[in-house]
Design a binder for this molecule. Structure first.
Ligand code: NAI
Length: 358
């Protein structure tokens, strides 16, 4: 396990407990010195768990990372070496080609099929859980109001009204967290099956009259232009009712759907807060500036990216469980045994053979 080098990345791919679990099941675990520090996992804890601290991870047969390798890191990978991480196979063609040219056997966490058998490896879900939770906390901290209803000697305070747009894993966690803080929560998604999940959290369903299609893998399909226009119009008239809007709508490999035009932000009350979890894919709100927090027309718009890294201890712990589940799948007893007929192994693999130059 290398130390992550991407700017701002505090997570790690293995935590001491799980490194110990790998050691107990026949793996030899190498950890780059200092790798877990930013996530509050000291070197000594890895050593105690039976891992070996190293300056250089090049000798490893398999390399487990969080972020895709930089160009420099990729140049240190060799033919036949296994690489695991968030490799962005749908959006970073160049990075994937680089790995293919080096003959690396690369497994992208994003490409693990979302089937029941692969649930313990589902890192998109584990990290989205962290993002959803954190999004609500960011909103609560910025809103100049209480989330819960309060009855005090100085009078009664009405609860905050929170709208969650896109109720996949992150959205459902954001809604659940807002409910726990006492807000009145409303949710919307283009996948109609989500309605029951929102309602089971004690939240309300926002009926915009827009219903989308689901792909075979359970993802939303992009709406037609006409549906998108209808969604924006409906939302514009409904948004002023809410104090907080948390948006999480994503279409894999595509720019994030534009749900909130600038005009809808202008219609919101001053002091309202938008947290845009789709910022990395361009944002669900027209005014979102990825990586930034801005105030427009009195509305705070938070477009921070990589929220899981802001809670690195638990984000790493959950991610490490996903990685270890995948490693056990690829290398039972610590011996690589890649079965290309297996749906998970074949589905997650994004490069596996050296490209023959033309
Ligand atoms: P995601 O992060 O790709 O998208 C977030 C949400 O945005 C989705 O719920 C999507 O329907 C919604 N969305 C897209 N366009 C929208 C629009 N214009 N307006 C409003 N909402 C919009 O999704 P996530 O959270 O990764 O989950 C995707 C699917 O995978 C879900 O069906 C989920 O239930 C399923 N899943 C299956 C698992 C399994 O069986 N192993 C594990 C986790 C999730």
């Amino acid at each position: 396990m290398p130390r992550e080098t991407a700017a701002g990345e505090r997570r790690v791919a293995l935590v001491p407990d799980l490194a110990g679990k790998l050691v107990g099941t026949g793996f030899e675990v190498l950890v780059e010195r200092g790798a877990g520090e930013a996530a509050s996992f000291p070197d000594a804890a890895y050593e105690e768990a039976g891992a070996r601290l190293v300056e250089d991870w090049a000798e490893a047969e398999a390399v487990a990372k969080v972020q895709k390798p930089t160009e420099q890191e990729a140049s240190r990978l060799r033919e036949g070496q296994v690489l695991i991480g968030f490799l962005q196979p749908l959006t970073d063609r160049e990075g994937i080609d680089r790995l293919a040219q080096r003959g690396v056997i690369a497994f992208a966490m994003e490409s693990i099929p979302r089937i029941t058998r692969a649930q313990p490896m589902d890192a998109l879900s584990s990290q989205a859980t962290v993002s959803g939770y954190k999004a609500t906390l960011l909103a609560a901290e910025r809103l100049p109001k209480f989330f819960p209803m309060l009855m005090t000697a100085a009078g009664t305070v009405a609860p905050a009204k929170v709208l969650v747009l896109g109720a996949g894993v992150a959205g459902l966690q954001a809604a659940a967290t807002a409910r726990r803080l006492g807000a009145v929560v409303t949710g919307f998604d283009v996948r109609p099956v989500v309605r029951e999940q929102i309602e089971s959290l004690g939240a309300n369903w926002l009926d915009l009259g827009v219903v989308g299609e689901e792909t075979e893998g359970g993802y939303a399909q992009e709406l037609s232009e006409e549906q998108q226009r209808q969604q924006q119009q409906e939302l514009e008239s409904r948004l002023p009712e809410f104090d907080v809007v948390i948006t999480t709508a994503l279409i894999p490999g595509r720019p994030a759907p534009r749900l909130i035009p600038a005009s809808a932000v202008r219609a919101m009350r001053p002091g309202s807060v938008v947290v845009d979890l789709a910022a990395e894919a361009g944002g669900n709100c027209e005014l979102t500036e990825p990586g930034e927090e801005i105030v427009r027309e009195g509305v705070t718009i938070v477009g921070f990216t990589n929220l899981p890294s802001s809670m690195p201890f638990h984000a790493s712990q959950l991610y490490a469980r996903n990685v270890v589940a995948l490693l056990h799948h690829l290398a039972p007893e610590g011996e690589l045994a890649l079965d290309w007929d297996d749906e998970i192994t074949a589905g997650a693999c994004v490069t596996r053979e050296q490209e023959v130059p033309a």
